[in-house]
Design a protein around this ligand. Sequence first.
Ligand SMILES: Nc1ncnc2c1ncn2[C@@H]1O[C@H](COP(=O)(O)OP(=O)(O)O)[C@@H](O)[C@H]1O
Ligand SMILES: [Mg+2]
Length: 502
Amino acid sequence: MLRNHNVVATTMRRADATPHAASLIEGLRDIGYSLETALCDIIDNSITAGATRIQVLTETSCDDPWIAVIDDGLGMSEDELIAAMRPGSRNPLEPRSGADLGRFGLGLKSASFSQCRRLTVITRKNGTTSSAIWDIDDVAERNDWSVQLPLDVSEIPAVEELGPAGTLVLWQKLDRLSGGLSSNAAKLAEVMNRRIADSERHLRLVFHRFMEGPKPLHLELNGRTLQPLDPFARKNPATIADPEEHMSLPNGDMQVQSFTLPHHRQMSKADWDDIGGPEGHLKSQGFYIYREKRLILHGTWCGLCRQSELTKLSRVRIDITNSMDADWKIDVKKSSAQLPPLVRDRLRKVIERIQDGSKRTYRKQGQKLVDQARMPMWNRIQEKGQIRYQPNVDHPAFATFAENLPPEYRRGFLNCIALVGASLPLETLHMDMSSVAEQIAPQQLDEDTLAQAVQAMLSSPALAGKGIQEITLLMKDVDPFRSSWADTQRLIETSSSGEPNP
Ligand SMILES: Nc1ncnc2c1ncn2[C@@H]1O[C@H](COP(=O)(O)OP(=O)(O)O)[C@@H](O)[C@H]1O
Ligand SMILES: [Mg+2]
């Protein structure tokens, strides 16, 4: 039977349960913001207000350190400012205009209180300057929600940076950022500066799409214009971009595009490190979800698959609109989202396609390895559900040498080779491949060793009948020749032109 709420309502009493200002404002602090997610929420507001230049300024070496975000956006009238200072200034269920990065009417307050105990907003619109202050200690003392409206703003830090229109958001009493180090001023400044520097990459990543393009947003940190950080390295010609796909969902359209980053050898080390970030490429693969072009979630497959070495270079861009917030369960911090069931099924297919593609490349390389015509030094043998790597004793470099040995040493030599094969440090190799794969490099051979291997290839009975060009082509794809190709080529030339080896 359906319950009739109105009937119940007539049979009950009511009591006042207005939130306790002091405890609610303290509670607002702990919804899980970090310095960078809090800064992003303030910057979101500036972008929504149409700002083209946003400065983040910090002062950590004075008695009362502060952080300010100053924009040249539309600004607010005093009424608008007071409304903006109200926690829950807008109903999250209200539709938002296309460019609006906000949602809950909470960000300005909750993001600020997560980092500081005193929030000052000074804003200028149509030549009028208005200001308001929330000070948690003041709220706690008075235990009511009355915002302070200062009469004189001239002494407030960074106010001189405000232009003809725009808004300054100032954080003071940075108790969270100082991490309980209040006694030692120098140490405190150092800790804060490091935390601020660590946020830089996040800002460059989250807002990169606003900072690119014909009318770029200028985002500055302490006077320095930040460069956009494109997680798909689209400027690099070796990046592979799949075609963009569209998906119509009940509350808006979603766009999906898969990218494969270039191999680390096709990128400068600086770019590779920048795009991989402090956690590295393995942990940075996955979906990059943008809401109105603002990155909200990245470097995760959202539980659809594991972050594996196979898909390390895959990143999938997903674009959603702010009309889909409820379906995606966008949280107040705009730093998490959940895939709606329809989307999950679709993205699972995208992942399968990526995995198939990577497996094919991997298998192709695997096949190369066992392709007898190419004479690999190692064989990859797959049988009875197992994969083994074994030195290829038929390789000319081994075979020729073994044949030239007196018979009593020949067996010992082949035993040594077998031992090397059986003691391949598989676990360490696996660990390195899954954490620092790009640092693993084949050992550079000295001239003598390489020359011996080249000579063995050229004079090998197994390759008799093949022309020098054909043999050269075979060698090009296999180590040790591949990784020392310039030297190998030179050795082939000197040897085939009949000159003695150096
Ligand atoms: N930098 C700014 N410039 C102009 N208006 C702002 C700015 N920051 C905040 N506001 C106003 O304050 C309101 C409340 O902001 P906020 O608490 O972040 O909630 P939301 O962004 O979800 O609306 C915004 O909707 C906007 O009207
Ligand atoms: Mg906001």
